[in-house]
Design a protein around this ligand. Structure first.
Ligand code: ATP
Length: 309
């Protein structure tokens, strides 16, 4: 085989509970991940040495300017890990076609890393007697970042610890989403730092986060209205503090009848849940008309994780 292409979804955090800062600098998280049908495509092909190229996917308006095209790209790091594990040289050209907003709070870099793990394993491993199982790739993913294991698995899952210890969640049916992207990204570490700053200024000790029962019930029963009401992101106040204009985006979606709205992960992408597919279409069109966002995107979830195409 000389080239393998893998399609990998973006995620939205349905619940992002952020606990107190730990001694190692990380926070304990409760993270309900949900994979949505907004995909990057990563192709790994034989090459004389490690090469990386990044382009916006056809019809996508993603700004790929800030994405590294050297060993700093998370997909290149993933290729290096797979090569080391299999005892081969990482002689691979990695081509990334991005539709997931960069630094948008939808884990695009982690998604590309997950896709590269799957693509390189298929490229180099013995297909009849593979040394690497999907569980091994999930474990390798955790070495690259706490969002990577979920991008390998997809679906809907609850992550605890730094977010990387995953349990699949029971869901019913399909949920219909509208995403509003923004010009320029937000740095995830900066948003966590702002969250810590706000809590310290308020003299507020963060509680240990727990999974929302209302959210799990809504997922299990396919109740979009219930899910909309239960969406929660402890990083939202920090993202709004760093980017106050996001408040107008969230308000616009709620005024237009969204069943729920929240900042996705560390932002600045805003996510809106609609009750039906038809509602999602109307909401997307109306939001687009307000001009509050760089781009309005529609997606459905849950969808499977990184998969060879
Ligand atoms: P998260 O939701 O996991 O916090 P994000 O969606 O906010 O992440 P990413 O798109 O993953 O942010 O990008 C964060 C930074 O990671 C980028 O600014 C870029 O410098 C770096 N990066 C490394 N590899 C990639 C990649 N393959 N795609 C995008 N960004 C990458």
């Amino acid at each position: 085989m000389t080239a393998v292409s893998v399609r990998v979804p973006a995620k939205v955090n349905l619940q992002l509970g952020v606990g107190p800062i730990r001694d190692d600098g990380y926070h304990d998280l409760v993270n309900v991940f949900h994979a949505v049908s907004l995909f990057d495509e990563v192709t790994a092909g034989d090459a004389p040495s490690l090469e990386v190229s990044v382009q916006a996917a056809p019809y996508s308006r993603v700004d790929v300017g800030g994405v590294p095209v050297d060993g700093g790209n998370l997909a290149a790091k993933a290729a290096g890990l797979v090569a080391a594990r299999l005892g081969v040289e990482p002689r691979v050209a990695i081509r990334i076609r991005k539709a997931i907003p960069v630094a948008g709070g939808m884990a695009g870099g982690s998604a590309d890393a997950a896709a590269a793990l799957v693509a390189c394993a298929r490229l180099w491993d013995d297909r009849d007697n593979p040394a690497l199982t999907r569980d091994d790739l999930v474990e390798l993913g955790a070495e690259l970042g706490s969002d990577v294991p979920f991008a390998v698995l997809g679906g809907t899952a609850v992550g605890v610890g730094r977010g990387e210890r995953l349990t699949p969640a029971l869901t019913r049916g399909t949920f219909h989403w509208v995403f509003a992207t923004a010009d320029g990204g937000l740095s995830t570490p900066a948003v966590y730092a702002e969250c810590d700053r706000i809590r310290a200024a308020q003299g507020e000790a963060a509680a240990q986060p727990v999974v929302s029962e209302a959210l799990m019930t809504a997922l299990a029963t396919g109740d979009a209205k219930g899910l909309g009401a239960a969406l929660a992101n402890d990083l939202q106040a920090a993202a709004l503090s760093l980017r106050p204009s996001l408040g107008r985006v969230l308000d616009a979606g709620l005024d237009l009848g969204a069943a729920g709205a929240l900042v996705s992960g560390s932002g600045p992408t805003c996510a809106f849940l609609a009750e039906t597919e038809e509602d999602a279409g109307e909401l997307a069109e109306a939001l687009d008309g307000t001009g509050v966002a760089r781009q309005i995107l529609r997606a459905q979830g849950p969808v499977p994780g990184a998969a060879v195409v």
